[in-house]
Design a protein. Sequence first.
Length: 189
Amino acid sequence: MPQPKSLNLSFDPIERAAQNWRVHFGPSSAMAAVTSIMRAQQILLSQLDTLLKPYDLTFARYEALVLLTFSKSGSLPLSKIGERLMVHPTSVTNTVDRLERAGLVRRMRNPRDGRGVLAEITDRGREIVRVATADLMGAEFGLGMYGEAQLQEMFDMLRTIRIAAGDFPGEAGDPAGAGAGGRAGEPGV
């Protein structure tokens, strides 16, 4: 897997920041955790985008293609793409514009709604998804240093944040333990 440029620091800057935070502001666990998540996101996005570069894709464009691949007809309204990918409509428009210019999707009028627009994956788009997915899976999406149980635990922990943000309702017995937006271990509110 391609590695982002190594910082080669002799210390962990997030741990150092956490130490300073404790001195100046108090408990630092939340600050250290969120800063670590943000840094991990930078690292992973860089690695995934590097893997997808030969296909002229970013991870955001790849996600849109995969979503279209998963749809029954190979097409979805732009509004549904934004909803499912949890991005702003402007981002969807820009993503679909780039994919259309690359010949991976085509726009068409929604036959069920004369005003709406669908994005439909092309045969070339399906082929690109197939080979790009093989590359991403071969690189274990940049998370090969974790075992299956650790990956599930990570998913569950981060799911709690998504439930609390209102991405979707939590359920009784939810593995994230957050109910409908409560903290882990607390009933949802």
